[in-house]
Design a protein around this ligand. Structure first.
Ligand code: PRP
Ligand code: URA
Length: 212
């Protein structure tokens, strides 16, 4: 089990829960799965971006000047391929100016150990607000591999947005990257023998892209 200190932010907005149950339902077809993934990702990302620094600005409306605030930092969003791509458009809808880094990781079907096949990260991560998106946090192997890569590239405080987490994955992230915050609607019961989250929602990438 994960300890009380784990920086897990449970996001339980009713619309998050509504989208989550659609994603879990085995009858949900790929088109509805994609739309639910986008809906839930908008809400989760908004929560992960809640403390985004802003700066004061002034604009002219048709009727005169108005003070306001706009995003005051460089935002970098990092989808973990391939399933993380199903969350990317949602985050870019919220922060259109974000830069995007990609990390390709694939779990071995037998051992569930993740290996890296791709990485392309933006420069100057040390001064950016970095949000990593990967819907499933199962053993935590993929998340830790991606976080290691981001740390080596200079990223400071990274937030992870996921859709379903397992206690094992949360615990591993806590042990290896204690400063990282995890935004998720739920921490499920456990992993099965194949290291799939139970009850989870199955293989997110396969359901998103219809590769089942
Ligand atoms: C899935 C998922 C995570 C990873 C989680 O990806 O998108 O990246 O498994 O499992 P872990 O916490 O045990 O590492 P997968 O390797 O199946 O690749 P895909 O996104 O290409 O389908
Ligand atoms: N990856 C998935 O897509 N689902 C799981 O349950 C575990 C890893």
């Amino acid at each position: 089990m994960y300890s009380e200190r784990v920086p897990v932010q449970l996001v339980t907005h009713p619309l998050v829960l509504d989208a989550l149950v659609t994603l879990r339902d085995h009858r949900t077809t790929a088109d509805h799965f994609r739309r639910a993934a986008t809906r839930i990702s908008v809400l989760l990302a908004a929560e992960a971006l809640r403390h985004l620094p802003t700066r004061a600005v002034s604009v002219d409306t048709p009727l005169g000047p108005a003070d306001g605030r706009q995003v005051g930092v460089d935002v970098v969003v990092v989808p973990v391929l391939r399933a993380g791509l199903g969350m990317l458009d949602a985050v870019l809808e919220l922060v259109p100016g974000a830069r995007v880094g990609h990390i390709g990781l694939q779990r071995d079907e037998i051992t569930a150990v993740a290996s890296q096949y791709y990485s392309k990260l933006p420069a100057r991560l040390d001064s950016s607000y970095v949000v990593m998106i990967d819907p499933m946090l199962a053993t935590g192997g993929s998340a830790v591999a991606a976080l290691d890569l981001l740390a080596r590239a200079g990223a400071q405080a990274v937030r992870i947005v996921c859709i379903v987490a397992a206690p094992e994955g949360v615990a591993l992230v806590e042990r290896r990257h204690p400063a990282v915050e995890i935004y998720t609607p739920v921490v499920d019961r456990s992993l099965n023998q194949q290291k799939f989250i139970v009850p989870g929602l199955g293989d997110f990438g396969d359901r998103l892209y219809g590769t089942v």
